[in-house]
Every structure is written in C-alpha cells, then in structure tokens.
Design a protein around this ligand. Sequence first.
Ligand code: GDP
Ligand code: IMO
Ligand code: MG
Length: 442
Amino acid sequence: MTQRKSAVILGAQWGDEGKGKIVDVLSERFNVVARYAGGHNAGHTVIISGKKYVLHLIPCGVLRPGCLGVIGNGVVLDPLAFLNEVKMLKETGLPVDGQLFVSDRAQVILPYHRMIELAAENAPGRTKIGTTSRGIGPAYEDKMHRNGLRVIDLLNHSLLRTHIQNACHEKNTIAHALFGTEPLDPKQMYEEYARYSDQVAPYVTDTAELLNRSMKEGKSIMFEGAQGALLDIDHGTYPFVTSSSSTAGGAVIGTGIGPTMIGTVIGVTKAYVTRVGEGPFPTELHGEVGEELRRRGQEYGASTGRPRRCGWMDLPLLRYSNMINGTEWLVVTKMDVLDTLEEIPVCTSYKINGKVTDMIPADMRGFESIEPVYTTLKGWNSSTEGITDFEKLPKLAQDYLNFIEKESGAKIGMVSTGPDRDQTMTLPSFATTLDTLGKAAS
Ligand code: GDP
Ligand code: IMO
Ligand code: MG
C-alpha cells in the first residue's frame, strides 16, 4: 500500500477562515498542492514578509519554489480568470510554467453562466443567495446536466465553436424569456475563447494520473479546500451554499485520488465566525462588537470586497463540521483579533423551541428558531499578535483554545496570530504528525 502522505485542508465554517495562509505555511512540507472544488469565487490571501498575494483559482502552493500546483477535475475553470492569475504570478517573478497543471476534465465557466446567474439572483420570486457572481452555480448546473464544456473540449476548436453556438442559442433564449436579458454573441465568444484555449493548453494534463503517480513515487500532496464546510452543496446551510462539495469528500471526487489515500483532514477555523452573502448565522453580532471584529479582523471579502458578517464562535456548527469532514486537526486563526475583548461569549449549544440540542437543523425554519446558549470566557485583553509559541500566549488565551479543543472534539494543531506567514505556531504533537504526512521541513 502506498504511504498516505497527504492531507486535506479545508474551511470549517463559511469560508475565509485563513486557508490560504495556512496552506502557504504548510506547503513547505508538501510536494504538490491541489485544488479540488469551487472556482474563482474563492479568495485565498497569503502574506509573505509583508507582500500580499490573493489567489482565486490557482493553489497557494505555487508560491513555494518547487511545489507543484494542480487544479483538479472538481474545479470550475474560468479561462480568463486563470490566465489573469498566471500573468499576475509571472509579473511577480514566480515561474509557474512547468509547476502548474490543470485537469483536462475540469469544467469551463463561460460568459453565459455569469449572465444567467446575475439575472436569476435579481429575479423576483427567487431566493437571493448573495453569490460572488462568478458563474459558479450555472457552470456546476451544466456539469450535472451533462451539458457542460470540459477543459479537454475547450482545446478542440471545432468542438468549442459548436458548443458555444448551441449553448448560446439555448441560454440566450432562456435568459431573454425569463429575465429579459440581452443576448450574447456566440461568434465573438468563440473567437475570444479560442484564443484563451491556446493559452491554457500548455497547462492541461490528466491530473488524476499525475497525482496518483506522485503518491506512488512517495511525494506528499495537500488538498486545498475552497469555501467552507457550511457552504457545501450537500452538508451546508442549503440553499445558502455554493454549488460544489467543499467538504473533505470533495477532495476525492474532485481530484481522482481514492479515499484510502487521504492521510488526515485539517479544518481551519477562525477564533470567531464570519459569513459573506445571505443565509442563517445563529451567533451573528449586529451591534458595535460585530463592527469591532470586522474592523480588527479586516473582514471584507478577498474576492468581492463585501463586508463579512461577524459573530461568536459557534461550537455546535464546528462539531458538525468536524463530524462531516472527519476532521482530526484544527487550525485556529485570527486569535489576535480577539485581543481587546474583556469577555468572549462562545456558543456551546442551541435551544430550539425551548429544548437544548446539539442537532443542526436541516431547514431554514429550524435555523430561525435557534437560540444560542453561550458560555462566557474571560478575554486576555493583551496582544497575542505574532506570538509563535503556545506557552508564550497569555494564560486566558490558552484557556480559550483549550476550551475550543475540548468542546469541538478535534485536536488543535496550529494557531495563527497574524496574517503573515511567520505569525503562526505549530503545536508539538502536530509537528510530529507533519513529519509522517509530509516531507521534512527545510
Ligand atoms: P481564505 O479564503 O480561507 O484563504 O481566507 P481569506 O484570505 O479570504 O481571509 C482571511 C483573511 O484573514 C486574510 O486577509 C488573511 O490575510 C487574514 N488572516 C489570516 N490569518 C490571520 C490571523 O491569524 N490574524 C489576522 N489578523 N489576520 C489573519
Ligand atoms: P474562500 O475559498 C466565503 C459564498 C458566497 C455566497 C455563496 C454562494 O475564499 O473561503 P457562489 O458564488 O459560490 O455561488 O456563492 O457562497 N462564498 C464564499 N464565502 N469564502 C469563499 O471562498 C466563498 N465562496 C463562495 O458569498 O454566500
Ligand atoms: Mg477567502
């Protein structure tokens, strides 16, 4: 049996937990980093010695020289977004050619996906999700409808022309009939995408074969989750979710690696909770404290710039997330954002119709009846910014982390105390695990 030198790293909440930063820190230990779901709706921020990179589609691993980046079959690829990101990386002096691979089986996002999404989001009578308007949902719809264009088809110009002609006819008719939208021009679209096709072609390969071969050769792989467990199409707060499998299972489907090859699952959680877009949020703060978290945490979307909704740590949701992902390790980010608080309430259970429960409602009406039950912990009220040793954290900050660990059922392996690569601590037991999962730290 091939050694399972691999880890899935994913968002444990509603996205933006700091996955980009943590993937970047951990990529030192991995030969390959692969994205398995979502598209350029993601915004993953990495700060290296003060320089900021925001990656939407390309795995953060490419920021490490020698680390391969893979865009798996589970991703929906907007060719223009991809090429713009490649250009940005090249301009920064990062040699992505030969280091970056795109699955021939990934689905392609085309302009009519965005057109349909924008029209549908604003149509009367439709549930507004507050999407990122990147065409993600309609592209996954076409995939499941067996009507999508895959990257391998993008490379075939005659197939591309026929696909765009047929799809534009259908989408223009639907969008006009339902939403009165102006039609898109298939000829112009074909000419533009034929150009992108030639530029994307050098990166395209059978990435399932590449990943499995890499594992056989003893290389280590990190699967970089996008979005978060609660935005998962099956397990999230439906319909206020994205359209892909952002949970750990998605790493298997979205890359072509068998489930027996996954070494561990690492969930990234903020020390509090945020959410962008519409949907339930039991511990949301509407007043000044919420504003303070947003201000201190700079909680504005990395993709859309929208202000993120902020609230207290929600342990029932974290336990749920750990359960559906089989999360073994947690990484707690943004501890420093809580530095100024006298008291920190943490939601430990829910009351629904007067009854204390640990169940997560399946429907939105259930969520509306939730009364969060809080335990209030003492704030440490001093700076944790940049601390890289657990023992050097204020005692009350250690208590906060120990409480989350005990209540969530997963071990805390790392803690982040600032946005920079260096503002991170790795706990000793996790460091030992990393020695078996990845390559030696350089
Ligand atoms: P992702 O989508 O999960 O990769 O997260 P985003 O990049 O969208 O949002 C996380 C934000 O928090 C980014 O601006 C990061 O630079 C920042 N960040 C990450 N970890 C920390 C931390 O420990 N402290 C602070 N203050 N900011 C952090
Ligand atoms: P990262 O990887 C936070 C949210 C949107 C919206 C819902 C559906 O940076 O954590 P979509 O465009 O996917 O159809 O929008 O999902 N959403 C995210 N929220 N972080 C993300 O990615 C997100 N990607 C999608 O705001 O509520
Ligand atoms: Mg983000």
